[in-house]
Design a binder for this molecule. Structure first.
Ligand SMILES: *[C@@H]1O[C@H](CO)[C@@H](O)[C@H](O)[C@H]1NC(C)=O
Ligand SMILES: [Cu+2]
Length: 233
């Protein structure tokens, strides 16, 4: 009896802490060109500056690397439970929700905080008609989120913000868990034929958005992710 109680407690504890981090880009080393945090916990206040590139309760490491990425190419964002987890430990399966990516043009990707206007969404994987979530697909894909860097944007330095929202507690106000990190990239070869319309972070999300205050357990068949629609060339 005592034994099974402690097992149950251990299981509950591991679920509670089974968060996630976008740890590396295009197969690079963990934290090389991606501002990884010291702790894998979520951000829950969408009005805080920490919603942009993490921080606050999860201080992030600086990195001087700026990763070259070809416009029009696929970029691979690797998500892991912790900085040292393997591909079999991406995030707890309870943490269902959308997986997205944003970009922002900056003059210095190694130093720009990302706070403020200029963000556009380049990818969004929410709920499909079979009831599977972006997080389910991310786990099945061993933590690799593949996004296309738009071909038509201007070349230059950008922040690439990978974001995952876990909705397992999102039926309560401020219960959605936001996980995000920013990669520092230099986009080459972009045609600069379009300028994406953009939003501010913080600012684009409200705690009451239907994709943020959301009940995962009532069998809803649709989901509207927060933020703008995905930019298309
Ligand atoms: C970005 O790429 C351009 C074009 O190759 C290059 O001239 C520039 O030095 C690069 N900047 C950085 C920070 O890597
Ligand atoms: Cu968690």
């Amino acid at each position: 009896m005592k034994f099974s109680t402690s097992l149950a407690l251990a299981a509950a504890a591991s679920t509670a802490s089974a968060h996630t981090i976008f740890v590396s880009l295009n197969g690079g080393k963990v934290g090389d060109g991606v501002r990884v945090p010291s702790y894998d916990g979520p951000i829950t206040d969408v009005s805080s500056n920490d919603i942009v590139c993490n921080g606050g309760p999860n201080p992030t490491q600086k990195t001087s690397t700026i990763i070259t990425v070809q416009a029009g190419s696929s970029a691979k964002l690797t998500w892991r439970h912790t900085l040292t987890s393997t591909a079999s430990d991406v995030i707890d399966a309870s943490h269902k929700g959308p997986v997205m990516a944003y970009m922002k043009k900056v003059s210095n990707a190694a130093t720009d905080s990302g706070v403020g206007s200029g963000w556009f969404k380049i990818a969004e994987d929410g709920l499909d008609s079979s009831g599977k979530w972006g997080v389910d697909r991310l786990i099945a894909n061993q933590g690799i989120q593949t996004v296309t860097i738009p071909q038509c944007i201007a070349p230059g330095q950008y922040l690439l913000r990978g974001e995952l929202i876990a909705l397992h507690g999102a039926q309560s106000a401020n219960g959605a868990q936001f996980y995000m990190e920013c990669a520092q990239i230099n986009v080459t070869g972009g045609s600069a034929s379009k300028t994406p319309s953009s939003v501010s972070l913080p600012g684009a999300y409200k705690a009451s958005d239907p994709g943020i205050l959301y009940n995962l357990y009532t069998g809803q068949k649709t989901y509207t992710a927060p933020g703008p629609s995905v930019f298309k060339c």
